[in-house]
Design a protein around this ligand. Structure first.
Ligand code: ADP
Ligand code: TRP
Length: 327
């Protein structure tokens, strides 16, 4: 069975971008693959050196993961910091990761710009830690959104380089995976770009209907099409992309038709979109609240997940030590 690994940093609640970009693929794969889904708490230290309550954040994300339908009986769900073997692999990979290539990654450059007073070595080596997460289980598929493409290229490069340097065929090259033919980018509704926690434009799975409606009604639009069948400007296209993601084809076609005949009323579209988002998130939100209240269950899930993840990690790291030449 093929092995799948993916992680999400516990820097905020899960939003629709996380769900449609990554989690939906996990849900599909957990039935047919050997899946490891983890909470990347070490990674979050690169941007949040003082997580104000890391244990609570991890719990929250864990409950949200489970509420989405990730099944701990089928998949291994664990917390990154419960599996210290990843750090040893991170060290070995760092020994063959070059400053130039790490400095050139767009996410490093972007983060360095966003936090000029904290350009730490963890930020620089973010891609090696991510590669360690993946290679630790010798994963071949990694469900992630489009924004992770460059990190994935680095992971493949580090896997190949390890094999070449030590003359082995040990690590497989991991591929990004998305459910559809191409990676999904869930847009923000504030005009341009993707939906994200750091972008401050996210609609969260745990948002109540009122909050969702408020966010959707505030979405940026324009004065409306001036002639039939005109091209949609980005903010409007983003609304339609969202409609395509959460609403039925019928609803999408209805509003697309109205747009093309210049009869669209954005208020109606937004109202429908908000309703469709709420019907999608409401059951998840209910489960989040239930699962969060069950501390014993959450404890058991992380404990058992850590045990299973460590079994695989210990095996890989022992092999890596042997390959490098440690006894
Ligand atoms: P954020 O960007 O909100 O900080 P993360 O970086 O923690 O979210 O992303 C976790 C996962 O969700 C990654 O696999 C990422 O590719 C995916 N993801 C996040 N935002 C989006 C989006 N708007 N569209 C598609 N996938 C996304
Ligand atoms: N870098 C990913 C993100 O920002 C999170 C992550 C860390 C990850 N390690 C990973 C994703 C390993 C997939 C596999 O979203």
């Amino acid at each position: 069975m093929e092995t799948v690994v993916s992680g999400i940093r516990p820097t905020g609640n899960l939003h629709l971008g996380n769900y449609f970009g990554a989690i939906r693929s996990f849900l599909d794969m957990q039935h047919s693959h050997n899946c490891y889904f983890f909470i990347a708490d070490w990674h979050s230290l690169t941007t949040h050196p003082h997580p104000d309550n890391i244990v609570r954040n991890v719990r929250t994300i864990l409950a949200e993961y489970l509420a989405c339908g990730i099944d701990p009986e089928k998949a291994t769900i664990y917390v990154q910091s419960d599996v210290p073997e990843a750090l040893e692999l991170y060290l070995y990979l760092n020994m063959n990761a070059y400053l130039g290539e790490l400095e050139r990654t767009t996410s490093f450059k972007e983060k360095a710009r966003q936090q000029p007073d904290n350009v730490n070595a963890g930020l620089l080596t973010y891609p090696t830690l991510m590669a360690a997460d993946i290679l630790l289980h010798k994963a071949v598929k990694v469900p992630v959104g489009k924004d992770q493409e460059q990190n994935m290229e680095m992971a493949r490069k580090f896997a190949r380089r390890f094999n070449t340097i030590y003359g082995v065929d040990f690590f497989p090259e991991p591929a990004s995976f998305s459910l559809g033919a191409t990676a999904v980018k869930v847009p923000g509704l504030d005009g341009s770009g993707k939906m994200g926690k750091s972008e401050g434009n996210a609609i969260y799975l745990a948002d109540d209907p009122k909050a969702i409606s408020k966010k959707v009604m505030k979405a940026v639009t324009d004065a409306g099409p001036q002639e039939p069948n005109s091209i949609k400007p980005e903010p409007v296209e983003n609304l339609f992309s969202m409609l395509r993601i959460v609403s039925s084809e019928e609803v999408y076609n209805h509003f697309d038709g109205l747009y093309n005949s210049c009869a669209i009323r954005y208020g109606d579209l937004k109202k429908q979109l908000a309703e469709d988002i709420v019907s999608f998130t409401a059951p998840i939100r209910e489960r989040i609240l239930e699962i969060q209240a069950d501390e014993d269950y959450l404890d058991r899930v992380v404990r058992e997940g850590a045990e299973r993840a460590r079994e695989s990690a210990v095996r890989t790291v022992a092999e890596v030590r042997r390959i490098i030449g440690f006894r």
